[in-house]
Design a protein around this ligand. Structure first.
Ligand SMILES: [Mn+2]
Length: 279
């Protein structure tokens, strides 16, 4: 048969190797059931896939190309709108099945990171989470709810233990959260992160609100005073040289509140740059 000039724009741009041969697996998680701010991050996985078709796959700094990665887009987890418990179970089960691969998880809101960590910690018992976020996400509960995007790093910190969550770029939080952070997590600025030595496997969780709303307006809870892309990408490449990264997520992109798709486009670029920095 002659070559067919067709493509599937509902896959993240990659040479699709299929699950058994791929070592990098892109997984969408369209869940926004606990969002306290603007809702709609469930639309992000497909918006970011669509935006990926405008990317150059080559990176001039690392001289690496997405085309050279053995990657596959597995599709989206079938989450249950309105049922957080069942959704988190399904996410954990799906990630458990791909835990030997390098997972690239695209949310969805930030609570989805909890079941991902629960699944990965079985493969990497000494796991550290490196979180980029405007918020600490360390509240103990929110309106009686223990499982929310504002409690997610508290639950992960309880699971992994003291000093195993490193929080970068946080600028919007309550005194209680700051108090918990002082005792249990490690707070860093983008400028002083690299002075801190992280040993063992690292999972990177990127909440898109770590960026300034001037460059990423389409997030659930924007917070002025954040990072710009060049600063973030420079830091990523240094992390890639120094740390053993075993997977990452990109969360909280909110397409219904995005202008000109700029946050989805930046999110696709973040997926690409992060992959090329770490693989
Ligand atoms: Mn967050």
């Amino acid at each position: 048969m002659s070559e067919l000039y067709v493509e599937n724009p509902l896959e993240f741009w990659c040479n699709n190797y299929g699950l058994s041969s791929a070592d990098v697996v892109f997984l969408g998680v369209p869940f926004d059931g606990t969002s306290t701010g603007r809702v709609g991050s469930r639309e992000a996985p497909n918006a970011i896939r669509a935006a990926s078709y405008n990317l150059e796959t080559y990176n001039a700094y690392t001289k690496k190309d997405l085309k050279d990665l053995k990657m596959t887009d597995l599709g989206n987890v079938m989450t249950c709108p309105g049922d957080t418990d069942e959704s988190l179970k399904r996410i954990e089960k799906t990630v458990r099945d791909i835990r030997e691969k390098f997972p690239v998880i695209v949310g969805g809101e930030h609570i989805i990171t909890l079941p991902v960590i629960k699944a990965l910690v079985k493969e990497h018992p000494n796991l550290t989470v490196l979180q980029f976020d405007a918020h600490l996400d360390l509240k103990d509960e929110y309106l009686g709810n223990k499982y929310s995007h504002v409690t997610v790093m508290r639950r992960i910190s309880e699971l992994l233990g003291k000093g195993k969550v490193i929080q970068v770029g946080c600028r919007s939080f309550s005194p209680d959260e700051k108090e918990y952070a002082k005792k249990n997590t490690v707070l860093k600025t983008p400028e002083n992160l690299l002075n801190y030595d992280i040993k063992g496997p690292v999972y990177v969780s990127i909440d898109m609100d770590v960026f300034d709303p001037s460059v990423a307006p389409g997030v659930s809870t924007p917070a002025p005073g954040g990072m710009i892309p060049e600063e973030f990408f420079d830091l990523l490449r240094e992390i890639g040289k120094r740390m053993e990264v075993v997977g990452f997520d990109v969360v909280e992109t909110c397409p219904p509140h995005d202008d000109s798709d700029m946050t989805s486009i930046l999110s696709a670029e973040v997926v690409k740059e992060t992959l090329l920095a770490f693989r």
